[in-house]
Design a protein around this ligand. Sequence first.
Ligand SMILES: Nc1nc2c(ncn2[C@@H]2O[C@H](COP(=O)(O)OP(=O)(O)OP(=O)(O)O)[C@@H](O)[C@H]2O)c(=O)[nH]1
Ligand SMILES: [Mg+2]
Length: 325
Amino acid sequence: MDIRSLGDRILKGERRALARAITLVESGREDHRAQATELLTHLAKSNRQSLRIGLSGTPGVGKSTFIESFGMMLIEQGLRVAVLAVDPSSTRSGGSILGDKTRMERLSREKNAFIRPSPSQSHLGGVARRTREAIALCEAAAFDVVLIETVGVGQSETVVSEMSDLFLLLLAPAGGDELQGVKRGIMEMADMILVNKADGDLKATATRTCADYAGALRLLRKRPQDPEGFPKAMTVSAVEEHGLEKAWAEMQSLVQSRRESGHWDANRAAQAQYWFEQEVRAALLARLTTPQARTDMAHLGAQVRTGELSPSAAAETMLASLLPR
Ligand SMILES: Nc1nc2c(ncn2[C@@H]2O[C@H](COP(=O)(O)OP(=O)(O)OP(=O)(O)O)[C@@H](O)[C@H]2O)c(=O)[nH]1
Ligand SMILES: [Mg+2]
């Protein structure tokens, strides 16, 4: 594969080249890994930045529907929109790909949209790297907005919020009990809460739910990156396409204020550092899973059990074999 010409086609915004490059960064093959690194290094020179918006919410809350409506609205404003998904639950992946194809029907036909479902059966670490690199590819391909969708399971919100400029939490209208169900951690990550399905019979409940969350947000925190009035809770209807323009205006105002305060750049720098450290950790842990390392661990472990070696002496021997000086 000619990496340079693939890179040049990505810089021109060609979606087929972008899709091919994402397949390359997803590959576990060592030669592909080397090509992916070469490609990403080549593209990093473009220095393009998209607005990265992370979007999380429980199954059925309307993420796909929201992305379709919101994405279409952005496209009508002349923007180019990429959609990526982080879905570490392998059982759901097949279904969600099919579901999203039908739910993002209009968006998937737009030439200024690019939709990439999550690869199935990857562990979270692999998904994180693949998503980060896919984001970088979308930025090089001059997408104005990159939406990163994740279903709220386990650690995936943290992963997505650590690669987003804005993190949105989509919630369903519900009684006060539901409020307890949202983990404090995710409330603290959210830059904006959108209560979806504010239409028809659900409208009144959605308005109440939104007021509850707005109250909770005010009680919960004041972060340095939040200007006056943020974080906000708002109601939207993805189906009736209600509240989307207002939500977008708020997002833009938040972005502008963070750019002016320097938080935007500081946050991106901190995220890069975070991922660097994560990569080092992951690579070190991977060294422990090679057949040789497993054998050594078992062997040394047996000596520790009989008292032949102290735990710390055995650990030193193990580490010396993993990290030869
Ligand atoms: N009334 C109403 N229904 C909605 C709205 N948005 C989504 N729905 C419905 O909610 C259901 C789930 O929507 P999806 O967009 O598939 O939800 P999701 O969060 O992507 O779900 P998963 O992909 O399974 O996690 C569908 O039946 C939608 O039609 C809305 O704004 N109003
Ligand atoms: Mg969905």
